[in-house]
Design a protein around this ligand. Sequence first.
Ligand code: ZN
Length: 108
Amino acid sequence: MPLDPAIRPTALRKEGDDRLVIDWSDGVTMRYTWQQLRDHCPCAGCREERQKPPDPFRVLRPSELVPLRPVSITPMGYYAYKIGWSDGHDTGLFSLELLRELGEKMKG
Ligand SMILES: [Zn+2]
C-alpha cells in the first residue's frame, strides 16, 4: 500500500545502544532494533543472501561477531533513508513505506 505522502518522519533518535525511534507526522511513534533493520536491508546483495538456503557450515565473518550498529542515517530525497553500518555496508535504501511496515508501534 503506498504511503500517504503527507506522512513523514518528524524526528529520528537513538534509544539505548540497539534501537532507533522514529516519530511520524501522523502522531505515531515507532521503534526498530538495528538488527531488525539490517535483517530487512532492501539492497540487492542482502536480498540475495536471504534467499540462499542456510549453510550449516558457514563460518561467521569477524564483522558478524560484534553487534552491528549504524554509523550514518542519511535522508535520500523525501522518500528514503540510507543506512551505513559499522561493517561498511551502506547500499541499503530504506523507503518510508518499508520503515512504516517494519516499525513496532510504541505504546504509551
Ligand atoms: Zn544490504
